[in-house]
Design a protein around this ligand. Sequence first.
Ligand SMILES: Nc1nc2c(ncn2[C@@H]2O[C@H](COP(=O)(O)OP(=O)(O)OP(=O)(O)O)[C@@H](O)[C@H]2O)c(=O)[nH]1
Ligand SMILES: [Mg+2]
Length: 147
Amino acid sequence: MKRLILLGRSEAGKTTLTQALRGEEIHYYKTQDVHYYESVIDTPGEYAQSRRFSKALALYTYEADVVGILCASNEPYSLFPGGVAAQANRECIGIVTKIDLPDANVPLADRWLENAGVSRIFHVNSLKGEGVQEILDYLLAEDDEQQ
Ligand SMILES: Nc1nc2c(ncn2[C@@H]2O[C@H](COP(=O)(O)OP(=O)(O)OP(=O)(O)O)[C@@H](O)[C@H]2O)c(=O)[nH]1
Ligand SMILES: [Mg+2]
């Protein structure tokens, strides 16, 4: 199984998705440093929001097989500049989170992630587990293809 690193602003839903991917009970936990698991690396949103700390995230991508750029469906603007995925020497996927929210604008989040240059996009509601299996299948399938 490939290891996925999750990047995105604070509150984007990285920790909740990490818990869903790992089959854990969902509980709120404010991420203050990088959490390194076998299949997922969970990062603090503040790292992505700070010019200085975002450099640390670039280094952490080397520890992963796939870079996951998260965008919540109700974010007011995208944190990720156009073409930023090209800066990673790993495959970059997009993940739209919180698709269940009443103010969700999934097509807009899709456009932002496409502009960032991701290879494909997943849609999740981590609280209900919706879309989570698709990410797991993708991480497992990629592994099979390599063998
Ligand atoms: N409705 C809904 N709420 C979600 C979803 N995913 C996460 N949340 C909520 O959004 C809030 C923030 O989620 P976190 O997973 O802690 O966000 P984070 O990206 O890890 O934030 P930082 O640790 O600050 O970087 C929590 O209250 C979650 O319950 C989702 O798919 N749907
Ligand atoms: Mg977190």
